[in-house]
Design a protein around this ligand. Sequence first.
Ligand code: TYD
Length: 205
Amino acid sequence: MHGRLITLEGGEGAGKSTQAQRVCAWLRARGRVVELTREPGGTELAEAIRALVLRRWTEGIDPPTELLLMFAARAAHVRGLIQPRLAAGVDVVCDRFIDSSYAYQGAGQGIELRHVQALEALVLPALRPHLTLVLDLPPELGLARARQRGEANRFEDETLAFMRRVRECFLARAAADPQRCAVIDASGNPDSVFAGIVAVLEQRL
Ligand code: TYD
């Protein structure tokens, strides 16, 4: 018995966390056992790494350090939570996953693709999301929403140019892997965004 891994991706202010909860409720209403989790984070160790990597350090964090911390958290999360739940038949809904490393550390920070690929091969040898929902919206709108929420993390300090590279990377990865990914217009209100998601869930799950 195997559960399904469903990931939500997108830039800042796309409303992923709200939509992830709704996806869980939708699956539960269909009789599935579901666990909601997030990256970086999801286990005790991975949440501790999250606190480190999202903190504003006096000396900053250089891109390789950031990349390695993201993957350290992911390794702990995959072994400690995702794989055991999927093996037990539980559906796992994850707020951000591997695509965020390509988008933020790769396209955003400029880490070479081959380094991200090497870490993916190490940490996720055989694990691939069943479905990835890419919540897409113009970065201007996303950053304004994120700042309005007032829960600014270090990434919400990033420039518009950074967020444009992040968006292009998510869209390019979705276009390259249409079996796994669906792009959802996230510029509307939460109900209209969820309607777009439900159309995909009904078709693909
Ligand atoms: P979070 O508060 O979850 O942001 P959001 O509400 O926008 O989802 O913080 C997670 C931050 O970590 C987010 O800004 C993106 C970043 N991140 C990476 O840079 N690389 C990664 O691999 C992951 C999983 C997240």
